[in-house]
Design a protein around this ligand. Sequence first.
Ligand code: FUL
Length: 482
Amino acid sequence: MNTFIKNAAQIVPSVRQLAWQELEFYSFIHFGINTFTDKEWGLGDEDPALFNPTTYNAQQWVEVCKSAGMNGLILTCKHHDGFCLWPSAYTEYSVKNSPWQGGNGDIVKAVSDACREGGIRFGVYLSPWDRHDQRYGSSLYNDYFKNQLRELLTHYGDIFCVWFDGACGEGPNGLKQVYDWDGYYQVIRELQPNAMISVCGPDVRWCGNEAGHTRESEWSVVPEELQDCEKIQEESQHVDDGEFSRRINSREENLGSREAIRGKDKLIWYPAEVNTSIRPGWFYHAAEDDKVRSVEDLLNIYYKSVGGNSTFLLNLPPDRRGLIHENDAMRMAELGRILTSTFRHNLASGAHATATETMNENHDVNRIFDGNKNTYWCQREGMEHAVIEIDLNLERMFDTIVLKEHIQSGQRIEKLRIDYLHQGKWKFLCECTVVGYKRICQFPEVTARYVRLTIEESRWCPTLSAFEVYLSERNFAKLVTE
Ligand code: FUL
C-alpha cells in the first residue's frame, strides 16, 4: 500500500479542533456602525453618534440561536470600518463615544454574558483591515491590533474562536498593512489556548465561498499550503459590490483526494467551516426583510455542511433596534423545530450488527450503536474494504442515516454504499464519498429491518463510531397514516 496514504490516514485533529467540531452549528452576528448607515462596508469616517440601538437585547440573540439548535455565537467586535463594540482603551472610535447607554455600554460584555447565561459558546471576529485607524499601514497598527486582542481575550471569559477574515484593503492613509499573523496567533495561544483561530488562521479552513455552497467530499486532511494567509486573502472579497457573498468559485472542489495530496510535502488536519448569511447581506438592511432564506434552503445547507464533515456558521444580522428581526427569528425557530423532531428518535439504538472483520473485542461492531464517540469499530490494519450488516430488530420506516468516523484516529472513508433488504433481495438505498466527523445521508423513505453498509474505498483501515437511523419530520405523517 502507498505509504503516503497510510500517513494521510494517521493525521489527527488537535484537542481544540475536536471540541470545536462538536459545536456543529453556530451563529455569526454582524452588528455595528453599518447597521445604522445601511452599508456593508463602512468607510471608517462614520460618526460614532450614529450607533444607538433603541431596544438592544443580547438575550434575544442568544434565544434565537438556541431555538435553531446553535451552540455558539461569533460577534463582529470590529468590522472593516474600525468602530469597536467595546470601550477599547486604545482608540476613541468605539461605543464609549456613542449615545448608546450614555457611552457607558459594552456590547461585547453584554453578548458574552448572555452566551454564558444561555449555555452557548462565545467567539470574536476582529477585522484586521481597519479603515479608520491612523496607525494602519505601520508597525504601530500591529501593536494596536494585538492590544485589542488582549482586551477581548482577557475581559470576556472563555472564547471558543477568534475569526480573522481575509479582507485587506487600504487604510485612511491609503496604505496597506503587512499583518503580523504570527504575532497575533501568539497572543491568542497565550491568553486563550483553547480558542480556534479561524479562516486566516491555522485551525479552521474557510470553505472558499460565502454562498453556502458545500463540497461533496470535504476532507479535513489537506496540504499545508492551504493555511497560507496570503492565498486566503486573494480568494476573499476585494470590493464591496454586493455580489461576492453569493458567488461560488468551484475551481477548488477537490482539496483532499488521493490526487490532491499525492506528492505534497506536508499534510495537516485543517477542517472546513461553511459560512453564509441568512439574508443577502452580512449587515441588516430593512430592504432585505423579505429576503430571508427559506427553511428548505437552510435545511439543505445544514445537511450538506454539518452532515458533510464541516461546521455551519450562519449569519443573523440584528437590526437598528438591536434585535434579530421577527422574520429571521421565526425562520430559526422553524429550523430548530424540524431538526429536533427529525433527530429525536434514533431507530438504530439497540440494533445489532455483524462485520466481515473486526480487529478485536474492543472494537466490536456493535460499538457503533452505543452513542459513545470514543468507542468505534475497526478491522485489521491495511484492510480497506468492509461489509457491515445491520438488524434494526423491527421493520422501520426511515429516510435518513447518520454516519460518524472516529476522527480521533483520522479521516479514512472515501466511498461507501448502503443497501436495504426488500422481499429477500438487497436493494440500493444511497451512497456517499467521505464521512469524517459526520455524514448525513438522505433518501426517499423506505421500510426495512435489515440494512447493509459496504465500505468500498478507504485509507489504510476505516473506522466507524456511529450509525444512526431517523425518519425526518416531513415524513412523520406518512408513518401515522400507514
Ligand atoms: C468578509 C467581509 O468583507 C464581509 O463584510 C463579512 O464580514 C464576511 C464574513 O467576511 O471578508
